[in-house]
Ligand binder design. Structure first.
Ligand code: HAM
Length: 428
């Protein structure tokens, strides 16, 4: 009987060595970019109490209603959820560790999130986000800084066809006013609504505007506009933000229909989208959430943040023909043949590594020719060869595998110097 072969869970991806280099490069670049903007890293558990997400993201949202991986801990009956996003966790952490006692904080995180969505290209059940949260800042300067820093990141990553959509959704009172007008409007047209929207009419009518059902598009298009119900403070905040972005020379598109899929937002909301990735076109989304910290039990403090989908970023880098170059091979591949040569090569590899070089030692025997093939396949820059002659002479043979240059017979120390200088060994 054949043993059962297992597959990764649907919608959850492995990263194989051929892809991990691109991931590592992106992660490294993001870390540097965040530090440059004064953000400090946090790491939160992947599991959180379910209530944290229900309270912050909102009970009547797609995420909470149908996308969370929730289970009951059989030991104590506690309901736990795999984090679908990390803003709630970040705020929980800041409150729990009293991070805001001494003023505002800029924080960032990176890692896997989980949403039980229908998988398709660019939409996964386990995906990765890199997010930044500015806690304790009232803006609009920090809103503008966050938007500008993402714009600069896209330039650094060589992304093409990105577009900034911007909106303000006002404060709670203005959204309540708007809600009443929306309910009246949709109630008069109930027969045109789909099942989801009909249910949301009384629980969360704002979410109807977020519907992805194309049949509802004309109805949504003609619905009362939130813009007409907005409060003065939010409008002034939005004007100041737009002025700052204009001054920085940033192009943005006002999208009065942009409401975002999570309930904690107020005032500024934004999304970066692209035409190069098909249906899953949003690479980054964020906005202000000035009441969330208080809502989760902290001292009232305003906040703003964003998160980007790393799978989508990598796909867009590729679509923009700017995938990180596939290098990453070791400096040296150590080849050897003969009974005496094997232990000598083993020790040479150790010395080479101690001198700071990346070294792969050939293991498992084989002819020289096969060993050279392996050296090529792993993209090594140099082959260092140890045969019986080399052992006798206390020397090694060094051969460049990329570019020009002849092989040469040198001492191990000379080999290290040549490799470091990146010189062809014809010089010796
Ligand atoms: P979000 O819009 O739900 O916002 O997600 C942010 C980004 O994560 C999306 O723009 C997208 O690139 C990526 N993403 C979301 N779901 C998936 C998926 N199923 N597969 C692949 N990528 C996905 C948030 O999560 C907020 N916490 C952002 C935020 C931070 N707001 C304030 N601070």
């Amino acid at each position: 009987m054949n043993p059962q072969k297992f597959q990764a869970v649907r919608g959850m991806n492995d990263v194989v060595p051929e892809q991990s280099l691109s991931w590592a490069k992106l992660e490294h670049l993001l870390q540097h970019w965040l530090k440059q903007h004064g953000y400090q890293e946090i790491r939160t558990p992947i599991l959180e109490p379910t209530g944290l997400f229900v309270r912050s993201i909102g009970e009547v949202t797609d995420i909470v209603e149908k996308e969370m991986y929730t289970f009951v801990d059989s030991l104590n009956g506690e309901s736990l959820t795999l984090r679908p996003e990390a803003t709630a966790s970040c705020v929980r952490l800041a409150i729990q560790h009293n991070l805001l006692y001494n003023g505002p904080r800029r924080l960032w995180y990176m890692g896997p999130m989980f949403r039980h969505e229908r998988p398709q290209k660019g939409r996964y059940r386990q995906f990765h986000q890199c997010g930044a949260e500015a806690l304790g800042f009232a803006g609009p300067d920090v809103d503008a800084e966050m938007i500008l820093m993402t714009a600069r990141l896209w330039e650094r990553l060589g992304l093409k066809e990105v577009r900034l959509e911007l909106n303000t959704i006002g404060d709670l009172a203005s959204r309540r006013r708007h809600r009443t007008r929306l309910v009246t409007y949709f109630q008069a047209r109930q027969e045109q609504l789909d099942e989801d929207s009909r249910r949301r009419l009384h629980t969360n009518p704002l979410r109807i505007l977020d519907s992805k059902n194309p049949e509802l598009a004309p109805l949504i298009e003609a619905a009362p506009r939130l813009m007409d119900d907005l409060d003065e403070v939010s409008l002034r905040h939005f004007d100041a933000l737009k002025t700052l972005l204009d001054r920085a020379g940033l192009t943005f598109h006002l999208n009065h229909r942009l409401v975002r899929g999570l309930d904690y937002y107020n005032a500024t909301v934004f999304e970066w989208t692209t035409t190069l990735l098909g249906a899953q076109s949003t690479i980054c989304g964020g906005g202000r959430y000035d009441t969330l910290i208080q809502q989760l039990g902290g001292k009232p403090a305003p906040a703003c943040g964003f998160a980007m989908g790393m799978e989508r970023l990598l796909a867009l880098m590729e679509a923009s023909q700017n995938a990180p170059a596939e290098t990453g091979g070791p400096d040296v591949y150590v080849i050897h043949q003969g009974e005496q040569a094997a232990p000598e090569a083993f020790l040479h590899a150790d010395v080479l590594r101690q001198s700071g070089l990346d070294v792969v030692l050939h293991c498992g025997g084989g002819q020289f020719k096969q060993q050279f093939k392996r050296a090529d396949a792993c993209h090594a820059a140099w082959a260092l060869i140890v045969g019986e002659d080399e052992v006798r002479q206390h020397r090694v043979t060094l051969k460049p595998l990329r570019g020009q240059g002849d092989q040469c017979n040198v001492t191990l120390q000379q080999a290290i110097t040549l490799i470091r200088q990146g010189q062809t060994p014809t010089a010796i």
